[in-house]
Write a protein that binds this ligand. Structure first.
Ligand code: PBG
Length: 326
C-alpha cells in the first residue's frame, strides 16, 4: 500500500468547507448537562473560588439561572445541594423539604422543559463526609442502600425528572429502581455513575460542596484508577439492575474506558468532565497559557469522539455560547 503521491490525506483538509464536510464528530449543545450548586438562604449568588464562573445559588436564584440555560439551549441540569446541617446519616438528603427537594420544585415551576437530574449521594449531608452510613471505620454498603432509595424517591416526588446515584455502593441501582417503581415512578430514568473512580480531580468540587471525607478516603468504594475491565463489569451490573444511562467519571484520564464501554454496550453513555479537569483549564487560561475556547472545545470533542453521548461539564454555558458563535 505504498500509495503516495496518488493518495494525499491533506486534500480534504485544505478548506474549512471541506473539513466541515468530512468531520466525524460534532459537539452539540444537546449533549450538555450543566451542574448547579444550591444553598439555603436568599439572594445568594457567590462565585465558587475553586470552580471559577460557577456559583453557589440560593433557591430564589434558580428561576433566573434556569431561564438562561433554556435560552442557551442546554437541555439538562444536575443538582448538588449544600444542607443547612449535617448528621451521621445525612438526613437532609431525604428530607422532603431539603435543599434539593426545594430546588427541584423551583426549577420545575420556572422551567418545566429543563431536564432536572439530581445527584443521589449522602456525602454532602453526612457529618463524616462519606457517601454512606459508617459502622466502625467502614462505609456499610447494605445499610446505606435504603437511605439512597429514600433520597431518590424524595427527589422524584419533588419533581426530579432523572436520578443519578453517585455513591458507588453495590446494588444501589436495583434498590433505587425498585423503590421508584413501588412509589409509582416506573418511568423515571436512572443515570448510574457506574465507573466512578477514586480520583484526585474531585478536589475543587469537594471544596465547593463541603463534602471531603473527615477521615480516610473513598478508595474502598470508588474504583481504583488503573482498572478498566472492572469498569465494564460495573457498567454491565448497573445495566442489569435497570440503569438507563451509564456514566464514566472523570472523563479525560478515562477516555479509553469510555471507548471500550461504547464498543461493548448499546446504552447511552455519559461522561463527567469533573471539577479538577475544569479547574486545570481555567487556571492555565487565566495565566494566558492556553486559549480557553479552543482548548475546551478540543477536550469536549475528544470526550464525544471517545464515545460519550452526553457530557456533564462546568463549561456547558460557555460551550453553548461558543457553538452559537457568540
Ligand atoms: C458525590 C459527587 C462527587 C462529584 C460528583 N458527585 C464528589 C466525590 O465523589 O467525592 C465530583 C464532581 C466533580 O468533581 O466535578 N459523591
Amino acid at each position: 500500500m505504498s500509495s503516495f503521491p496518488i493518495v494525499r490525506p491533506r486534500r480534504l483538509r485544505r478548506t474549512e468547507a471541506l473539513r466541515r464536510m468530512v468531520r466525524e464528530t460534532q459537539l452539540a449543545v444537546d449533549d450538555l448537562i450543566y451542574p448547579l450548586f444550591v444553598v439555603h438562604g436568599s439572594s445568594v449568588r457567590d462565585e465558587i473560588p475553586s470552580i471559577p464562573d460557577v456559583f453557589h445559588l440560593s433557591v430564589d436564584q434558580l428561576a433566573g439561572e434556569a431561564g438562561e440555560l433554556v435560552e442557551l439551549g442546554i437541555p439538562a441540569v444536575i443538582l448538588f445541594g449544600l444542607p443547612a446541617g449535617k448528621d451521621e446519616l445525612g438526613s437532609e438528603a431525604y428530607d422532603d423539604d431539603g435543599i434539593i427537594q426545594r430546588a427541584v420544585r423551583e426549577i420545575k415551576r420556572a422551567a418545566p422543559s429543563l431536564v432536572t437530574i439530581t445527584d443521589v449521594c449522602l456525602c454532602e449531608y453526612t457529618s463524616h463526609g462519606h457517601c454512606g452510613a459508617i459502622v466502625g471505620d467502614e462505609v456499610e454498603n447494605d445499610r446505606t442502600l435504603p437511605l439512597l432509595a429514600r433520597t431518590a424517591v424524595s427527589h422524584v416526588a419533588a419533581g426530579a425528572d432523572v436520578v443519578a446515584p453517585s455513591d458507588m455502593m453495590d446494588g444501589r441501582v436495583g434498590v433505587i429502581r425498585r423503590a421508584l417503581d413501588e412509589s409509582g415512578y416506573p418511568l423515571t430514568p436512572i443515570v448510574a455513575y457506574s465507573a466512578k473512580y477514586a480520583s484526585a480531580f474531585y478536589g475543587p468540587f469537594r471544596e465547593a460542596a463541603g463534602s471531603a471525607p473527615r477521615f480516610g478516603d473513598r478508595r474502598a468504594y470508588q474504583m481504583d484508577p488503573p482498572n478498566a475491565r472492572e469498569a465494564l463489569r460495573e457498567i454491565e451490573l448497573d445495566l442489569a439492575e435497570g440503569a438507563d444511562i451509564v456514566m464514566v467519571k472523570p472523563a479525560l484520564a478515562y477516555l479509553d474506558v469510555i471507548a471500550r464501554a461504547r464498543d461493548r454496550f448499546a446504552a447511552p453513555i455519559a461522561a463527567y468532565n469533573v471539577s479538577g479537569e475544569y479547574a486545570m483549564l481555567k487556571a492555565a487560561a487565566a495565566n494566558g497559557w492556553l486559549d480557553e475556547r479552543r482548548a475546551t472545545l478540543e477536550l469536549l470533542t475528544g470526550i464525544k469522539r471517545a464515545g460519550a453521548d452526553v457530557i456533564i461539564s462546568y463549561h456547558a454555558k460557555a460551550v453553548a455560547r461558543w457553538l452559537k458563535g457568540a
